[in-house]
Design a protein around this ligand. Structure first.
Ligand SMILES: *Cc1c(COP(=O)(O)O)cnc(C)c1O
Length: 392
């Protein structure tokens, strides 16, 4: 056996750097992929006490339900303890809730707790899924423009980001599923399907998703990001759980941040076959999801009907906004999430600044367009006045 000592003698250190790093810097090189990361641009925030409406982050305008606040208050008293690392009760409650949904929709699926992995927002779960399956130099195919956490999560995983443009003309803001399938190579490990697509709004249809899944090799993971699933009303959109039931390589991502209004507590989950779910669990940050978040999410699932009524009210507001905007003369993509997209191109930053001046924060994507969250009625009315001023 080769001794440890001999390998030490064979080891020749490179030249030792004696340079003094510039003030405020470490002198330690960062990973190339990290140094090149695009920044995550969060939606603008309101100043405390300001009368500005925040329609920039796809948040739910409703405050937590009293029953959810009670659960959070109760959990606060246990803050000196670590949370349940495996979020056992939350995982079981999510699994039971998804199984109920499947049963009542005629989907042949029992979601067992070993198919559910929670994380600090589905953004974290997404990163953990990529870290579970991607080797360096593997490719992750992503529709683009889409959710801005994707390029960051892919780069951090060490994989290569392969963006595929959205469909052009006639189908504004829609994913181009044939192009996504065509971009799959020998190196592709994951394809992301964001439905409804953030920030443009349309959701993928059953026929196009079926054709896509038939074309993608069965050992390529298809990530169905359904962050806005509760807001979808287009009858041609398939149920993500039915898609998951029929395709072992599909992973569904969901979140409590949008429809359930828990954005501030950071909790989301993936539904995956048990082997994959176990892998994702093993790369997850230990004790990541706080006890507050776990108990608030459980309370939210118990208050599901009440919360989904709020979602319905937002869907009604969305239809009202789209109707009024189209009356103003706007041509807008279909909106299946809690947001509306304006492809304003070069006008984007100027219009975003004007909206802010008028007391409404929106989310501009420089050179591309503006995403406006469907919020409370007053906020939506304020935005409708801004949009009308842009037509003049
Ligand atoms: C908001 C969002 C998420 C999840 O956000 P979390 O708060 O991290 O759960 C995931 N995907 C898309 C497309 C989103 O818009």
């Amino acid at each position: 056996m080769r001794g440890f000592g001999s390998s030490v003698r064979e080891w020749h250190p490179g030249p030792v750097s004696t340079d003094t790093p510039a003030p405020g810097t470490s002198g330690v090189p960062l990973r190339t992929a990290v140094a090149a990361l695009p920044p995550y641009v969060p939606g603008a925030r309101t100043e405390p006490g300001s009368r500005t409406f925040k329609l920039s982050s796809n948040e739910n305008p409703y405050p937590p339900l009293p029953s959810v606040l009670d659960a959070i208050r109760e959990a606060a008293g246990d803050t000196h303890r670590y949370p349940d690392m495996y979020a056992t009760e939350l995982t079981e409650t999510v699994a039971a809730s998804l199984t109920d949904h499947a049963t009542s929709h005629g989907i042949p699926l029992t979601v067992t707790p070993d198919q559910v992995v929670v994380g600090t927002g589905s953004v974290a779960v997404l990163a953990h899924v990529l870290q579970t399956v991607c080797e360096p130099a593997d490719e992750v195919v992503v529709p683009w423009r889409s959710f801005e956490a994707y390029p960051i999560a892919v780069a951090v995983s060490g994989a290569t980001f392969v963006p595929v443009p959205l469909a052009s003309s006639g189908s504004a803001g829609r994913l181009d599923l044939p192009a996504l399938a065509a971009a799959v190579s020998d190196r592709t490990r994951v394809v992301a399907v964001c439905t409804p697509n953030n920030p443009t709004g349309p959701a993928v249809h059953r026929d196009e998703l079926d054709a896509f899944l038939a074309a993608v090799p069965s050992d390529v993971l298809v990530l169905l990001d359904e962050a806005y699933v509760e807001f979808v009303r287009d009858p041609e959109v398939p149920d993500g759980l039915a898609v998951y039931a029929a395709h072992p390589n599909v992973v569904v991502l969901r979140t409590f941040s949008k429809a359930y209004g828990l954005a501030g507590l950071r909790v989301g989950y993936a539904v995956a076959r048990p082997d994959l779910a176990a892998g994702v669990r093993s790369v997850s940050t230990p004790f990541g999801v706080s006890d507050l978040a776990q108990r608030a999410a459980i309370a939210s699932l118990h208050a599901q009907d009440e919360l989904l009524e709020r979602v319905e009210a937002l869907v009604v507001e969305r239809a009202r906004m789209l109707g009024e905007l189209r009356d103003q003369g706007w041509e807008l993509p279909d909106a299946q999430g809690n947001f509306v997209w304006f492809g304003l191109g070069e006008e984007t930053l100027r219009r975003g600044a004007e909206a802010r001046e008028a007391g409404v924060l929106v989310r501009p994507f420089a050179g591309e367009g503006i995403r406006v969250t469907v919020g409370e009625r007053d906020a939506n009315d304020a935005f409708l006045r801004v949009a009308a001023s842009w037509r003049r």
